[in-house]
Design a protein around this ligand. Structure first.
Ligand code: GAR
Length: 206
């Protein structure tokens, strides 16, 4: 899988979104190489999947660092010599700090299982059910400082069904996540999508 455009993926658990990118790269649908998969959770199942595909993996245990900033700096220090072109947060459950955002400004994307800006943070599907919205979904966006925030690249909507619960809704949304995340990665690899602050994000930095 050697190619000039290098991707690093950060995960915290299962890694189905990571796997959708691995599969797309293997099928030749994304013309890039997966350089490394990083997790904040040494037990993440996705690390095993990445290893099975022959991809380098690295776990950073938050407990070994005195602060979140120090933890982020260790990851940045690890990534920098690898000359990564794109960092993909694919089910990475930690807020990325200011240093990390500025190190990969314009070159870091995240997937969140809601139609942003609705339902940021934890349990977005339960938030959608509690609110009673008719459409849920997922969003891929560039990462700026702020939780689940930044210019939106792509969204997919999923109708709520009468008998939905958190698990059934999450499963249907996940299928859409696994579809649009590799599509977005490919658009970036092909230079068809670039980071541009929306009016809302212009305002947020003034
Ligand atoms: C996905 O639903 C992803 O959108 C979500 O965690 C799940 C990880 O699944 N991420 C967030 O909530 C980030 N705010 P996966 O490990 O199978 O990709």
């Amino acid at each position: 899988m050697s190619n000039h455009f290098k991707i690093a993926i950060l995960i915290s658990g299962r890694g189905s979104n990571m796997n959708s990118i691995i599969e797309a790269v293997k099928k030749g649908e994304i013309n890039a190489s997966l350089d490394v998969v990083i997790s904040n959770n040494p037990e993440a199942k996705g690390l095993e999947t990445a290893k099975e595909h022959g991809i380098d993996t690295k776990a950073f245990d938050l407990n070994s660092y005195t602060s979140r900033a120090e933890f982020d700096l260790a990851i940045i220090k690890f990534l920098k010599p690898r000359n990564i072109d794109l960092v993909v947060l694919a089910g990475y459950m930690l807020l990325v700090g200011a240093d990390f955002v500025s190190a990969y400004k314009s070159n870091m994307i995240n997937i969140h299982p809601s139609l942003l800006p609705s339902f940021i943070g934890r349990r977005p599907h339960q938030q959608a059910l509690d609110y009673g919205v008719k459409l849920a979904g997922c969003t891929v966006h560039f990462v700026t400082e702020g939780l689940d925030d930044g210019p939106i690249i792509m969204q997919a909507a999923v109708p709520l069904l009468e008998d939905d619960n958190e698990a059934s809704l999450a499963a249907r949304v996940l299928k859409e996540e696994n579809r649009i995340l590799p599509e977005c990665v490919n658009l970036i690899v092909e230079g068809k999508v670039k980071f541009k602050r929306s009016i809302r994000h212009e305002k947020s930095i003034n």
